[in-house]
Design a binder for this molecule. Structure first.
Ligand code: SF4
Length: 355
């Protein structure tokens, strides 16, 4: 039996199961310290005084604290896992295996992966990881429109299927300038051929045909009007799986574009899909190459990716996706990767090895 202190937000069902397994678990709520914005240092100091192992979901801060001061009774860092009984069993097993010293000064991370943690830290430290400073296109007016108008945002995402992204993300703004509106009630009745001939679409970059782009835009407008009563927000309601399904009803939108939509909304707009379904990163060549080289997945299957990311939240997975994409297309190129400039060199299994 171990003395445990469960940090704020640690799932109560896991606490209850650990108690059932015989552990003495004290929650922060029971000490009356919950909801007081207590610092992580103070939480750890309390656990230390009480000689309790700290149980937390706050991976980043407590890994740092452990590196600064390891004279505590143990820290177990978990990721959120909807299988509460299974998670409690793994914590129990971990404590059991360390029973001789009850984890004194030990740091254990469950489901964590140093390479993925480094990616998340890198994302958090990036100055342009916030919506106010990130650029989707190279035109501030076009960026403002996709930030403020979800229909414009969805349009840009859905037609971003090859070609220079920064140019494609200008299209909703250019159409709005040309038409004086971006009204799905009107757009849904347009003819694909006519829309494809519109100069904005006719000069769109990329390999997909202009007719396909036009059909996608009209399909999005039709779906918003016929299924969601003109509210594009309703397309993004429900679990991650629900949202992915909704988006793939749009002509030409497959899983990767649907993932891009959800990932960008999670990262920049605070979308929080309900339930415990987890996102997957876009399975494009850049993401797969970085995930494989860095040693997180043995192959490029969805199954391996899902398994590697199972302990991470949707926000963390979205950050990992963005970092992989950015590094994959700029530094971790198919041949001659620029490892000396890469922020992932330290955890990367293939750092300095080309190909
Ligand atoms: S260290 Fe090199 S191989 Fe590893 S992710 Fe970075 S660029 Fe790619």
């Amino acid at each position: 039996m171990a003395r445990i202190y469960a940090n704020e937000n640690f799932p109560l069902p896991v606490v209850l199961e650990l108690r059932r397994l015989g552990h003495d678990v004290l929650t922060i709520q029971e000490t009356g310290r919950a909801g007081q914005a207590e610092s992580d240092e103070s939480v750890l100091a309390f656990a230390k005084r009480e000689r309790r192992i700290l149980l937390t979901l706050n991976r980043r801060h407590f890994v740092r604290l452990h590196n600064e001061q390891s004279d505590h009774s143990g820290i177990i860092v978990c990721s959120y896992d909807g299988d509460f009984v299974g998670q409690a069993a793994r914590v129990h097993e971990l404590i059991d295996n360390n029973s001789e010293e009850t984890g004194i000064g030990k740091m254990e991370t469950m489901n964590g992966n140093p390479a993925l943690d480094t990616m998340i830290d890198y994302w958090k430290s990036k100055p342009d990881s916030h919506i106010d400073v990130t650029g989707f296109s190279d035109d501030p007016h076009a960026d403002l429109l996709v930030r403020e108008d979800l229909f414009a945002f969805l349009m840009a995402c859905c037609i971003d299927r090859g070609g220079k992204s920064t140019l494609i993300w200008r299209i909703p703004y250019k159409l709005k300038q040309a038409w004086g509106h971006l009204d799905p009630r009107i757009i849904r009745h347009m003819e694909p051929k006519e829309l494809a001939a519109n100069p904005v679409i006719a000069h769109a970059p990329g390999q997909i045909s202009k007719f396909q782009i036009a059909k996608t835009i009209i399909s999005l407008a039709g779906l918003v009007e016929s299924e969601y009563e003109g509210c594009p927000e309703r397309l993004l309601e429900g679990s991650a799986t629900d949202i992915m399904d909704n988006l793939q009803d749009i002509f030409g939108v497959g899983p990767n574009i649907a993932r891009m939509v959800v990932i960008l909304r999670v990262l920049y707009f605070g979308l929080r899909p309900v339930g415990t379904d987890r996102l997957l990163p876009k399975m494009d060549v850049h993401v797969k190459r970085v995930m494989h080289r860095i040693g997180v997945v043995p192959d490029d299957s969805e199954r391996s990716m899902r398994r590697a990311l199972s302990g991470y939240s949707n926000e963390e997975i979205a950050a990992i996706d963005q970092v992989c994409w950015e590094i994959g297309q700029s530094l971790c190129t198919p041949t001659l990767p620029k490892c000396d400039m890469c922020p992932l060199t330290s955890p990367c299994a293939k750092a300095g090895v080309s190909g």
